[in-house]
Design a protein around this ligand. Structure first.
Ligand SMILES: Cc1cc2nc3c(=O)[nH]c(=O)nc-3n(C[C@H](O)[C@H](O)[C@H](O)COP(=O)(O)OP(=O)(O)OC[C@H]3O[C@@H](n4cnc5c(N)ncnc54)[C@H](O)[C@@H]3O)c2cc1C
Length: 455
């Protein structure tokens, strides 16, 4: 039976990047805040997501660059050693998956921290284990998502990897099936391949990175296959099994096997476990609907992946700032995602912002596009090995502004900054054309793509 209990102005359930940030800010603003997390304070990003995966990518990219030395700068011998990467992740990124420092940081800001799984139990009430916490002003939900696996016969219960095991691994497998050709699957697949794993990507859609521009899919498939990864698209998977020799995914037209299987087919929130039905929200929904100020129900705010507005740390943090202002009663601009940037950190990086050409046409905009190849730009030509990429611009001709853009290539995610600003601030393309672009940078290719738009 639940103990009667604790009272606070605000109860934050789930302390991912946004929840941790919000709890700290609200406490520093003078509110009495209780923060609850069943796992590690900071959430997925620092322990099993962005940070350690980018450390892996940094290491794998160093190997790729070293392998590009012949024909460019002499000779190179490359001896990959995963133990260095595993150690860096354990020691520098995750403190051996220990959040002591994060908890102290939170408590130093005045947050009362409870380790446990919180469940809403009616308006203003959260239950954690035997404890009831009453929220007098707000409940802020930031529970994130869990890896989701498709209902493939035989798959449930197999000892496959999610991102957790892939990030924690001390050894690279000899061979790896990656189920899912989205950002996480491709990033991790390319890393392991560069460390010597034989990698097969298996994707049910007709192309990799199915949410991105088709040109991105073509580019990344050609780079990955040239690096030796196998790619199966339009995979009709009829079953999965695991035995002494590893994993097999049965396909209608054959099967693929490997020592290890990484399932990277998306993520979902368990809203039933969170108890949102007790405050009138749909427990069966994929996400919690929020308004522009991140309000989900009277006295309840939600931020992060659970809102379905973009599963990125920068979205969680952006939403945190708005929700905090709203909870404090300060005036705040409403959340606006028209210039949401996202980067797939493969090599080449694929950054995009706003709408794709297809989504812009779908909402009825009159669209024209501009395209340029990075490899044939001056900087791309100088760069040579590893210079694949492109810039694609999507213009709303009615308003003469960019509504979307893709920047793929070396440092594609950095070049994206310029395009994200253009989409965000709705800078007229006429103004972008009058800008001076430094020679010979990668971002100078934006000018060529603008020229391709036509005048
Ligand atoms: C491999 C990988 C790579 C990624 N790379 C990037 C990247 O490069 N850039 C980027 O922007 N994003 C990246 N992401 C996504 C990013 O990690 C998330 O978008 C980010 O963590 C924000 O999530 P969140 O704030 O919703 O909460 P999460 O980080 O998911 O944290 C939620 C927290 O809530 C806790 N929790 C859940 N339910 C309860 C409950 N009932 N009670 C108490 N606690 C609860 C969990 O234990 C967890 O600590 C990556 C993700 C993965 C998996």
């Amino acid at each position: 039976m639940a103990e009667a209990g604790l009272q606070a102005d605000v109860v934050v359930v789930g302390l991912g990047p946004g929840g941790e940030d919000a709890a700290g800010r609200l406490a520093q603003a003078g509110l009495d805040v209780v923060g609850i997390d069943g796992a590690l304070v900071g959430g997925e990003c620092p322990y099993w997501g962005c940070v350690p995966s980018k450390m892996m990518i940094r290491a794998a990219n160093l190997l790729a660059e070293a392998r590009r030395v012949p024909g460019m700068a002499g000779r190179s011998t490359v001896e990959p050693d995963w133990s260095v990467v595993a150690r860096r992740i354990r020691q520098e990124a995750t403190d051996d998956w220990d959040d002591k420092v994060a908890v102290e940081r939170l408590e130093d800001k005045g947050v009362r921290f409870i380790r446990g799984w919180g469940r809403i139990d009616g308006p203003g009430r959260v239950v954690v284990g035997a404890q009831v916490v009453e929220a007098t002003r707000a409940i802020l939900l930031n529970p994130g998502t869990e890896p989701w696996a498709p209902p493939i016969p035989g798959l449930a219960g197999l000892p496959y990897w999610t991102n957790h095991q892939a990030i924690e691994t001390e050894v690279v497998p000899g061979s790896l099936l990656v189920l899912g050709g989205g950002a996480i699957g491709l990033e991790l697949g390319q890393v392991f391949a560069r460390f010597g794993t034989e990698v097969t990507i298996v994707e049910a859609a007709d192309r990799l990175l199915a949410l991105e521009e088709p040109e991105s899919s073509v580019l990344i498939e050609s780079v990955l296959t040239r690096e030796g990864l196998s790619v199966v698209t339009e995979a009709d998977i009829t079953g999965a099994r695991h035995g002494a020799h590893g994993f097999t995914l049965e396909l209608v037209d054959g099967g693929v096997s490997a020592e290890q299987l990484l399932v990277a087919t998306g993520r979902r929130s368990d809203l039933t476990a969170l108890g949102v039905g007790s405050i009138g929200l749909d427990e069966k929904a994929r996400s919690i609907s929020v308004d522009g100020r991140l309000r989900a129900a009277p006295g309840v705010w939600a931020i992060g992946d659970v809102t379905g507005e973009g599963a990125f740390t920068h979205v969680s943090m952006y939403q945190s700032a708005i929700a905090v202002s709203d909870i404090l009663g300060h005036p705040t601009a409403e959340a606006d995602y028209h210039a949401l940037p996202r980067v797939t950190f493969t090599d080449p990086e694929i950054g995009s912002v706003g709408m794709s050409e297809a989504s812009a046409r779908k909402v009825g905009l009159s669209v024209r596009t501009g395209f340029t190849d990075i490899a044939t730009s001056t900087r791309g030509w100088i760069h040579k090995a590893g210079n694949e990429g492109f810039i694609k611009l999507v213009e709303d001709t009615g308003r003469g502004v960019l509504v979307g853009a893709t920047s793929a290539g070396p440092v594609g995610g950095e070049v994206l900054g310029l395009l994200a600003l253009a989409v965000h601030a709705e800078v007229p393309t006429a103004t972008l054309r009058r800008m001076i672009y430094a020679y010979p940078t990668f971002h100078r290719a934006v000018e060529a793509a603008l020229n391709d738009l036509g005048s």
